[in-house]
Design a binder for this molecule. Structure first.
Ligand code: ADP
Ligand code: 5GP
Length: 185
């Protein structure tokens, strides 16, 4: 049966990296493309990495109830369009959402059958090192993301599954096992 998988956790913990590996190993998992008001980073493409929306357009779509969930994060808005999820489920395809914690809570409330996985860092210092190593955010943006991460880390016990992304291959295997077991119990 098609399912919704929500991968959450602080910025820089490795959600995107783990999802990329997961999708190479588990066929037919489709990624929901989120909407955001954040400007594109170098190399990001509209419709592939995000639907990049102007603030007015995001607000209009929120008012129209087009979002399954949406949240404010680091001064920008991010949200999952219902259409991204519903059309795939209707076609019998499982969907993966990569979203922050407030959004994950909203999905849990709206879709109790969704499978939620929190990705945790081996220690808080790893987040700074990974965000700096990724090189996509200014020092100021990194500080803000790390401040938010403190609150997000406190939320991890709310989630059914917690995967510690210590060593990438080990964490990827653990996530793959969770997803396979949920798809074929
Ligand atoms: P997120 O999507 O959670 O913001 P990313 O997937 O972009 O995080 O990962 C942030 C950075 O950390 C990337 O440069 C990535 O290559 C690196 N990274 C991911 N997993 C690990 C790991 N287990 N050990 C070391 N570095 C990692
Ligand atoms: P980034 O700016 O690094 O792409 O994303 C910042 C944060 O927003 C990350 O934690 C990411 O998972 C989260 N995010 C991305 N898309 C969505 C979404 O559709 N909804 C919510 N709630 N968070 C999202």
């Amino acid at each position: 049966m098609a399912k919704v998988f929500v991968i959450t956790g602080p910025s820089g913990v490795g959600k995107g990296t783990l999802i990329r590996i997961l999708r190479e190993r588990v066929p037919n998992l489709e990624l929901s493309v989120s909407a955001t008001t954040r400007p594109p980073r170098e190399g990001e493409r509209d419709g592939r990495d995000y639907h990049f929306l102007a603030r007015e357009e995001f607000a209009r779509r929120a008012d129209a109830n087009d979002f399954l969930e949406h949240a404010a994060y680091s001064g920008q808005r991010y949200g999952t369009l219902r259409s991204e999820v519903e059309r795939r489920l209707a076609a019998g395809r499982s969907v993966v959402l990569e979203i922050e914690v407030q959004g994950a809570r909203q999905v849990r409330a709206a879709m109790p059958e969704a499978v939620l996985v929190f990705i945790a860092p081996p220690d808080p210092a790893a987040l700074r090192a990974r965000l700096e190593g990724r090189g996509t955010d200014t020092p100021r943006a990194i500080s803000e993301r790390l401040r938010t991460a403190e609150l997000e880390l406190e939320a991890q016990q709310e989630f059914k599954y917690v995967v510690c992304n210590d060593e990438l291959e080990r964490a990827a295997e653990e996530l793959e096992r969770i997803v396979r077991d949920e798809l074929d119990p």
